[in-house]
Design a protein around this ligand. Sequence first.
Ligand code: AMP
Ligand code: ZN
Length: 141
Amino acid sequence: MKEENCIFCKIANGEIPSAALYEDDEFRVILDVNPATKGHALILPKNHFKNLYEIDDQTASKVLPLAKKMAANITEKLQCDGFNIIQNNNELAGQTVFHFHVHLIPRYHNDNQNFVMMQNKMTPKQLDAVRDEIVGETVSQ
Ligand code: AMP
Ligand code: ZN
């Protein structure tokens, strides 16, 4: 399940060299070529899935344990002070390479990064309306 012109298929399967941190039968973890911080890495499945909507459950179930293992390893080696895990889906959400990947981003004091969400205030009634859209109408508590 590789895709012809996908750069991450080629990197994950070793056809294009990369700064690899880890490899097994299903994944390669590489350093991002344009790191947000020192040690910024990407988890790449070797099979091609466009994004979270398309990744199969078997592969998906291995992603978080691998992220956990890599985060612990990077934290120990680089002595970072925190960690962000980011995973973008579709262009609107910032995805630029359309092969599923997870960003592992070590954070350091004074690293000048700022992954801040612009958040909105909502009333309980508004939250209920959104919940109803997602899960259907439920008896209110
Ligand atoms: P996203 O915007 O979530 O799709 O992330 C794509 C990431 O891939 C970006 O952070 C890029 O810097 C990174 N990237 C693109 N091409 C390469 C490459 N050849 N080797 C390593 N990282 C890459
Ligand atoms: Zn691919």
